[in-house]
Design a protein around this ligand. Structure first.
Ligand SMILES: [Zn+2]
Length: 314
């Protein structure tokens, strides 16, 4: 029964995705435990705590089943940990980077203090400036999007001075008239045979559009299909895409840290043509969500999250 197994597999993947990834928001006690470990390690390695926190946060999203009983989610490559002349030249890593951080004279790849201390020690070998840290991360992950995500999460943590960032907002103010329904995966009216990768929230021209999450503005500008659109990556490796805007908020620019409720633009009907084209369809906000797992990025249905954030919003 290959077909059944496949369907079951997809269902399990979908379930673990929705519970494991999106609902990964920690409770306050967990956040405090993490913060204590980051700060302790930061004090002995000189690496600002927010970078240790951001690596941990990134790893939390890319592993399917975090180790039971662990405070951090960092899972090092065993070769990186114990050393190998094949993957890491001996000059870079004579015996691997794993080392003892908690004083029990063992370098345990499953021990949080050992893991964080080793991470800090590895990064420090490159230096402690932002550029040094970027290079250290790239040498380890070999992926630009991963490095960018971690650097951005670190900025968010630094700005808000905590990893406990659980607030969310609905993208439109609830006092305005709007309507939306679940259409993710439908065929599009425009744009050829691509499926609809988002939820359309219909509202009048000029209704404010707000960030739903904590994150960093990764992209802002014109796209033939999306019109004036803006992309924000959050601390959960999720990219939030807001399209067809009438305009952007004056002060918003690429690289800005945002929080739930920050106004980023206004509802419009821009797109489906060269820059400035507007009015080819009724005004609406196209809202898309894309998950990155460290290898690929894929679209998933924002509708259930929009419903939840709408209930949470004032
Ligand atoms: Zn749409």
């Amino acid at each position: 029964m290959k077909g059944t197994a496949l369907v079951t597999g997809i269902l399990i993947a979908a379930l673990s995705f929705s519970t494991g990834t999106i609902h990964a928001a920690p409770d306050e006690k967990e956040s405090q435990e993490r913060m204590a470990l980051y700060k302790k390690t930061s004090a002995v390695t000189d690496i600002p705590w927010e970078y240790l926190a951001a690596v941990d946060q990134y790893e939390r999203q890319v592993h399917d089943d975090p180790d039971e009983g662990r405070v951090t989610a960092i899972e090092f490559d065993p070769v990186f940990w114990s050393g190998s002349s094949d993957a890491f030249p001996s000059a870079v890593s004579p015996n691997g980077w794993g080392s003892d951080g908690n004083g029990d004279e063992k370098a345990d790849i499953h021990n949080d203090e050992d893991v964080l201390w080793s991470l800090g020690r590895y990064i420090k070998s490159f230096g402690t400036t932002e550029d040094d840290i970027k290079i250290a991360l790239f040498q380890y992950y070999k992926r630009d999007l991963t490095v960018q995500t971690i650097m951005h999460s670190a900025e968010v943590f630094r700005k808000f001075k905590t990893v406990h960032l659980t607030n969310r907002d609905f993208p439109l103010p609830k006092q305005y008239n709007y309507s939306y329904r679940s259409t993710w995966g439908d065929a599009r009216g425009f744009g050829g045979r691509r499926i609809h990768e988002g939820t359309d929230i219909f509202a009048g021209y000029g209704v404010p559009v707000k960030s739903t999450t904590y994150g960093v503005v990764e992209m802002k500008g014109w796209n033939t299909y999306g019109g004036w659109r803006i992309g924000i990556r959050d601390i959960y490796n999720i990219y939030h895409y807001y399209a067809h805007l009438q305009n952007f908020s004056k002060e918003i620019k690429v690289g800005d840290v945002v929080q739930p409720g920050d106004v980023i633009g206004a509802v419009g009907a821009s797109g489906y043509g060269p820059p400035g084209t507007s009015g080819k369809f009724p005004p609406h906000l196209h809202y898309g969500m894309y998950q990155d797992n460290g290898k690929n990025e894929w679209s998933f249905d924002p509708y259930p999250f929009l419903r939840r954030w709408e209930r949470m919003a004032e």
